[in-house]
Write a protein that binds this ligand. Structure first.
Ligand code: CP3
Length: 337
């Protein structure tokens, strides 16, 4: 079994397994070269291209896992929702889902009808080349998807999605339940084609109060991963105030921790029966190597008390990162430095 799967199962590993959120992307010159002339979502739905981009960081850095090159809005595109990713901005929807009628129109689309063939084809190419290295499949959590879909695009405080919870709770729960089914289907497609771990991204959950997270969000996120049959990592940014809720009543095998809270403190809160992932501060990637090295050693040391520790950043790789910094972190985690 690979070190990543062992760490997720709480078994002892000789070397700390490591991968990076957004490892497949703009920090790599070989990625930028391949992407010339192809729009983001079209690249995701071209199996050869998506597979090649997924494999690039594994070859370059020797990370312990690949993460599937795709996007959290891809299953919405597959459901026929009009969405584009605008460079430098993020997902933009032609028809935001703001009213009860908007929500009803949207949820009339049956998630079972999503055509996952391009996804499955890409995953099969990747897993054939990876051998024992696991492929991590992923999906967006209902709240993070709603943060874009209700607003119509990126926003700072996700006010429209959070407002819907209280102004029209019935529509909110119908929308979040549908988004959960769509993301579940996306995960199952990746799992069935060979992904051996999944990660649920609730990147913007940190804008919620603990009470709203519990009542309006956690039950829907749980639906996405509960009983999925492979280990599930649940990640969010700014979720310190409700970190234990991120375990989703045991549905998550590991909880992702951002850079704000020292890992040992997070482990103390989460308890001894769940693995953790994190939490190198992405800002430190800009620091001279000796500074970054000391930080990474500290993160590894603080992770020792966990049931299992997967080394990662506290959020995604910033585009301006020198890729050699990432390669050095992998070597350090593997005891080669
Ligand atoms: O390497 C990986 O982690 C795998 C691929 C991946 C992408 N998006 C590729 C991508 C993953 C896991 C995601 C998830 C995703 N997408 C999230 C959750 C993770 C997170 O970062 O919090 C979110 C919020 C999105 C939505 C999204 N897609 C945003 C905000 C952006 C950035 C827009 C920009 O240009 O600044 C994207 C685009 C995107 N997704 C890129 C990549 C490689 C950049 C596209 C490009 O090359 O121009």
């Amino acid at each position: 079994m690979s070190d990543l799967l062992r760490a997720l199962a709480g078994e002892t590993v000789d070397r700390t397994p490591v991968w990076f959120m957004r490892q497949a992307g703009r920090s790599l010159p070989e990625y930028r070269e391949l992407r010339v002339g192809t729009r983001m979502l079209d690249a995701c739905l071209t199996p050869d291209l998506a597979a090649e981009i997924t494999l690039q960081p594994v070859r370059r850095h020797g990370v312990d896992a690949a993460v599937f090159f795709s996007d959290i809005v891809i299953p919405l595109r597959l459901a026929g929702v009009e969405v584009e990713i605008v460079p430098g901005r993020g997902p933009v929807f032609a028809n935001p889902a703001r009213t009860a009628d908007d929500v009803e129109r949207l949820i009339a689309i049956d998630p079972a009808t999503l055509d996952g063939d391009a996804i499955a084809a890409a995953v099969r190419i990747v897993t054939a080349e990876l051998g024992d290295t696991p492929l991590i499949g992923f999906a967006g959590a209902p709240f993070t998807l709603a943060a874009y879909l209700v607003e119509g695009g990126p926003s700072k405080e996700h006010l429209r999605a959070r407002a819907m919870m209280h102004a029209d709770p019935v529509s909110w729960h119908r929308l979040a339940g549908w988004l959960a089914a769509v993301s579940r289907r996306f995960l199952e497609t990746q799992r069935d084609a060979g992904a051996s771990v999944v990660q649920l991204f609730d990147s913007w959950a940190g804008s919620l109060s603990t009470a709203d997270y519990r009542s309006y969000v956690a039950p829907h996120s749980r639906e996405v991963i509960d009983g999925i049959g492979v280990p599930a990592i649940h990640f969010g940014v700014g979720t310190g105030p409700f970190l234990t809720d991120m375990r989703l009543d045991g549905a998550a095998s590991a909880v992702g921790v951002d850079w704000r809270m020292p890992l040992d403190e997070a482990i103390g809160i989460l308890g001894p029966d769940v693995a953790v992932q994190g939490n190198i501060d992405p800002a430190l990637l800009q620091a001279p190597w000796p500074v970054l090295e000391a930080h990474v050693r500290d993160v590894i040391a603080r992770g020792r008390g966990a049931k299992g520790h997967i080394l990662n950043l506290g959020h995604g790789v910033p585009p301006e990162t020198d890729p050699d910094q990432l390669t050095r972190i992998v070597a350090l985690a593997h005891g080669e430095l």
